[in-house]
Design a protein around this ligand. Structure first.
Ligand SMILES: Nc1ncnc2c1ncn2[C@@H]1O[C@H](COP(=O)(O)OP(=O)(O)OP(=O)(O)O)[C@@H](O)[C@H]1O
Length: 374
């Protein structure tokens, strides 16, 4: 595993132990053949076990009853609370949740960077505690919008370096690197030291390195952080391509709903340390019976608008030239109540439009008040 973590670094800072409570100590790996927590880097040439082919029954990632608490007593925080989930090889799974929901802790628990209090993790059927070296052989990650490329090395040198420590001959993945750099508009920068690149460019180098490497399970935490719109679209199409062509399994944790909606086969939504929804984007959208109704009327004066806000879930309103456009989030029951209200108050509806919910609406609904409803 060649995990790219928070902060751009120089080689000199490589291997600094994590400093926050509960992070796994690189020296404290408890399994006999442990090479987990080695600063995220696997030695070159380590024999990787055969990966699980897409479509086989063994999940690429299997998490069973994982819990992680930080601290003790009244200040204790249960960051991950009895989470069980299986991720099929070759799929792209989105991991969503509000700040503090436990996404990063779950990913770090899977990667062995945090030691869970309970539960087990298997990668391609291999228990990470029993056989960490074999389990992590095909796993790579880019965490927290992470940029851990080596600033003094050029783009090419970074890509070759990470391929090597990932256990592959860099020449064998050079075409993939070239393609990704080309797609990200970075080909002209290949011999530029990474420290001379912009933040977004550094991010793209990290992505190229993770996506083009030998790993067949990759975790991307906030991969679009700092990317411009075009690069974000490129990332979406490249994620789809690598998942389809190479059977790469991708877990994407992001607050960028557009990316998740566009690329993920399946979405896990976390809230308060638990998974509160686990379904395809289509099903999550179809199951949401809340819609937004946009009403256009010249009868909606300030008093009525204020009253509507008290009675209904008004999510947007603007008035120009005496015409008000008001958007109300409603389910079926609210719809009847709203129509009744408008009729009773003599409001003429000039125009009416239903706005279909998007993933963001579903997300807000499911994580409202920190409680999931499914
Ligand atoms: N090392 C730590 N020590 C103490 N508490 C922690 C630690 N790491 C995470 N937590 C707490 O665990 C909870 C879950 O945090 P986590 O970072 O996993 O959430 P997240 O869903 O990734 O949030 P975000 O979207 O903000 O990145 C939070 O309450 C956080 O404060």
């Amino acid at each position: 595993m060649a995990t790219r973590e928070e902060q751009s670094t120089d080689p000199a800072s490589e291997g600094d132990p994590p400093d926050s409570e509960g992070e796994a100590d690189p020296a404290a790996a408890d399994a006999p053949d442990s090479d987990v927590n080695d600063g995220g880097r696997r030695e070159a040439g380590g024999a990787a076990p055969p990966s699980t082919a897409p479509g086989t029954d063994v999940p690429a990632v299997a998490v069973s009853g994982v819990s992680k608490r930080f601290g003790t007593g009244p200040d204790a925080v249960t960051a991950v609370n009895d989470v069980s989930v299986e991720i099929e090889a070759g799929s792209i799974v989105g991991l969503l949740g509000p700040n503090g929901a436990g996404k990063t802790t779950l990913i770090k628990s899977i990667l062995g960077m945090v030691l869970p209090d309970e539960g087990s993790v298997r990668l391609h059927g291999i228990d990470v505690r029993a056989r960490p070296k074999a389990a992590y052989a095909h796993v790579d990650a880019m965490l927290e919008g992470a940029r851990n490329d080596y600033w003094r090395l050029t783009v090419r040198e970074n890509l070759r370096y990470f391929a090597t420590i990932g256990g592959v001959d860099p020449d064998s993945v050079a075409d993939r690197h070239d393609r990704l750099l080309d797609r990200f508009g970075l080909k002209s920068k290949i011999d530029t030291p990474v420290r001379n690149l912009s933040r977004g460019m550094k991010g793209k180098v990290s992505l190229a390195s993770v996506l083009a490497g030998a790993a067949d399970v990759v975790f991307l935490d906030e991969p679009t952080l700092g990317l411009d719109v075009e690069s974000s679209r490129t990332l979406q199409s490249e994620l789809r391509r690598v998942a389809e062509e190479r059977g790469l399994t991708v877990v994407v944790s992001s607050h960028d709903m557009d990316v998740v909606e566009a690329v993920c086969d399946r979405v896990l939504i976390m809230s308060d340390g638990r998974i509160v929804a686990d379904d395809s984007v289509e099903t999550l959208l179809a199951d949401d019976d809340r819609h937004t109704l946009r009403i256009v009327s010249h009868d909606l004066g300030p008093a009525l608008r204020a009253d509507l806000r008290r009675e209904f879930d008004v999510v947007g309103a603007d008035t120009t030239g005496g015409v008000t456009r008001i958007e109300v989030a409603i389910d079926t029951d609210d719809l009847y109540a709203l129509v009744r209200y408008l009729r009773e108050h003599g409001v003429t509806i000039d125009d009416l439009e239903t706005i279909e919910p998007d993933l963001e609406d579903v997300f807000v609904e499911l994580t409202r008040d920190g409680e999931g409803s499914r």
